[in-house]
Design a protein around this ligand. Structure first.
Ligand code: PAF
Length: 279
């Protein structure tokens, strides 16, 4: 596996590949089996898999959140070596932002109006900025994103709509109790990790009772469940898969999305219902 820090060197390495398909897995490190499922998806479709590890400052709303983001580059590199990644790109701020660490302004078609976009203003402009920069450097044929960050996935699909890059989504990777794997889980205490099952349980409860109760009732029931837990419910939204806007009644293609915090650690998850293929 090649470990490359400089975009100029990465471009040289990629230019030397003739007629090979490139799959790209962008990450912020603290890698887990969810990331490996993206690497596997890339390996199964592409000749070469490139993974980037870069904690992107412009997508964080607070300096504290940025500095608390888990990071262990040495461990990540070992993990990628064991999982057949061909190239890992580990740029610094200067390589990506040329000394101007700022987001660009993208038209996100109001996909960022609710949920993460509402609670983390500017977050998706930061994501779109860094992903576009990485795409420009790597020029992959395919890029792989997890469904756990559903709103991010839909926004990346939107901004890549007119490019030649095909965006693939990969289902959320869960532990045996249904907890979605996330780099932020590293910051949870053992007790909070155990209690995090409430997140997926709430989603399953809503999915299983969608024909029994209306959305307002389901939201109230989940709110009550959270009042008895150590997690704070930030939002529970039923959203259209096309617009990522809240719906009042269940429709053909929607998702139930949730964000909850404990000890200042914020976790998100979702379930897609009656989905047309997300790919
Ligand atoms: O999902 C992530 O880890 C990040 O938002 C991404 C796509 C790597 C951009 O920094």
């Amino acid at each position: 596996m090649k470990i490359i820090k400089k975009k100029s060197k990465l471009k040289v390495a990629l230019n030397s590949l003739s007629n090979q398909t490139i799959g790209f897995v962008p990450t912020m490190g603290a890698l887990h089996d969810g990331h490996i499922s993206l690497i596997k998806a890339s390996n199964s479709r592409c000749d070469i898999t490139v993974c980037s590890i870069y904690i992107n400052p412009t997508q964080f709303n607070s300096q504290k959140d940025l500095s608390n983001y888990p990071s262990n580059l040495k461990k990540d590199i070992e993990f990628l070596k064991k999982n057949q990644c061909d190239i890992v790109f580990t740029p610094n701020d200067f390589e990506l932002y040329d000394g101007n660490v700022k987001s660009c302004e993208f038209n996100l078609n109001k996909l960022d109006k609710y949920m993460e976009g509402k609670y983390r203003p500017g977050h998706f402009q930061g994501v779109a900025t860094v992903v576009t920069k990485l795409f420009e450097i790597i020029k992959p044929n395919f890029a792989f994103f997890g469904e756990k960050d559903l709103q991010q996935l839909m926004i990346i699909k939107h901004i890549s709509n007119e490019s030649d890059i095909k965006i693939f989504s990969v289902p959320t990777f869960r532990d045996k109790n249904g907890i979605a794997l996330s780099s932020r889980n590293n910051n949870l205490t053992k007790d909070s990790y155990r209690s995090a099952t409430i997140i997926f349980k709430s989603l399953c409860y809503c999915r299983d009772n969608i024909n029994k109760y209306d959305i307002v009732t389901l939201k109230n029931k989940v709110k009550k469940l959270f009042e008895r837990s150590k997690f704070n419910l930030e939002y529970l939204e039923f959203v259209s898969m096309e617009t990522m806007h809240p719906i009042d009644f269940s429709c053909h293609n929607f998702a139930i999305c949730i964000a909850a915090t404990v000890e200042n650690i914020r976790l998100i998850d979702n379930i897609i219902i009656n989905a047309k293929e997300t790919n």
